[in-house]
Design a protein around this ligand. Structure first.
Ligand SMILES: [Zn+2]
Length: 334
């Protein structure tokens, strides 16, 4: 898919395909435990954490995966899409587990797939069928009169984030948009994160919303797609780093297949990750695969997690535990 793909394109909730709060007591205890575990690790583990179990802790968390089923009778897709847009034709939890479990990933944040538009039922049913395994990021129509009620209903079913994905030019209108104001406020009141899928040019608009709605947890997808053109633009990276002054802003280090050289082992992305770790701190970064797009062609699940686990030598073992589990646990599973 081309880099200029329309937002309504088939895999638009994701990156274009490579070719083509406060701390609760539980959260605090979890983080404190993670810190203690990190201290107990032998020094050699600082550079390699081959499996989550070696840290004597729960498995890793993948903060961004899409699932869908070929059963379009039970789960109809939006009229904006055709069945042939569903590529791969199927990506079910079982297909995901075949990739993630061998890497020690046992919890996953599901991101509502664009094929289903505002119908979050397949994601919700998947979450309900695997208790404790999945959190969810849903999509609501911010222009609907009942957007606040919809968010509360989703939150009651375990949804912990809302994806916002502006059409070209739309992000500039967010600051004046009543529906978006309701979305950001209701998200904050219900412990739900706002998750922008944006291009780098939209960063000033996310920045303005963070300033207008302090306390709303924000998780920017895929480095704000910096590097999608092949180059890591330093000005764009600076714009992303400026969000670090908002304590509730987070960044997903994810979708490696689509950024920079777009070639495993993706080590050309490490300087960007290092700058973000220095600016935000590891406890506001979370790794994610963006499956199924990360498991196409030469790209593999193992290569994605390996970039953080095995190649990011500037991260301590505790830092890696933050990126690979604790940050996503705090935002999406607490
Ligand atoms: Zn995605």
């Amino acid at each position: 898919m081309s880099l200029n793909a329309k937002p309504a394109a088939a895999n638009s909730t994701s990156m274009p395909a490579p070719t083509a709060h406060r701390l609760s007591r539980r959260e605090f205890q979890s983080l404190a435990l993670a810190g203690a575990t990190a201290l107990a690790l032998p020094a050699a583990s600082a550079r390699a954490l081959p499996a989550a179990e070696e840290a004597g802790s729960p498995g890793w968390i993948d903060a961004h995966v899409h699932v869908w089923t070929p059963d379009t009778d039970r789960y109809p897709i939006s009229s904006n899409f055709k069945v042939s847009d569903m590529q791969p034709p199927s990506f079910t939890p079982e297909q995901l587990f075949a990739h993630c479990k061998p890497q020690g990933v046992d919890r996953i944040v599901l991101i509502q797939m664009s094929f289903y538009e505002f119908d979050n039922n397949y994601m919700l049913d998947t979450m309900a069928a695997h208790p404790g395994t999945f959190s969810g990021v849903g999509i609501v129509d911010s222009k609907a009169a009942d957007v606040a009620a919809k968010i509360k209903t989703l939150a009651s079913k375990g949804v912990r984030g809302l994806r916002i994905h502006p059409k070209p030019g739309e992000a500039a209108e967010w600051i004046r948009d009543e529906g978006m104001a309701t979305l950001w406020k209701t998200a904050r009141e219900n412990g739900v994160a706002v998750c922008p899928l944006i291009n780098p040019s939209d960063l000033p608009h996310v920045d303005a919303m963070c300033a207008k709605f302090p306390g709303t947890t924000v998780v920017v997808d895929h480095f704000a797609r910096i590097g999608m053109t092949g180059e890591i633009d330093p000005d764009q990276l600076s714009a992303l780093c400026r969000l670090a002054r908002f304590p509730d802003a987070h960044v997903k280090t994810s979708a490696f297949y689509a950024l920079g050289k777009k070639e495993p082992p993706y080590v050309d992305l490490l300087p960007m990750i290092r700058r973000l770790a220095d600016t935000f701190g590891p406890d506001r970064l979370m790794w994610a695969s963006d499956c199924p797009y990360q498991v196409q062609g030469e790209h593999t699940y193992a290569a994605s997690i390996a970039l953080i686990r095995d190649h990011a030598d500037f991260l301590s073992s505790g830092d890696k535990q933050a990126l690979l589990r604790n940050t996503a646990e705090k935002v999406f599973f607490a």
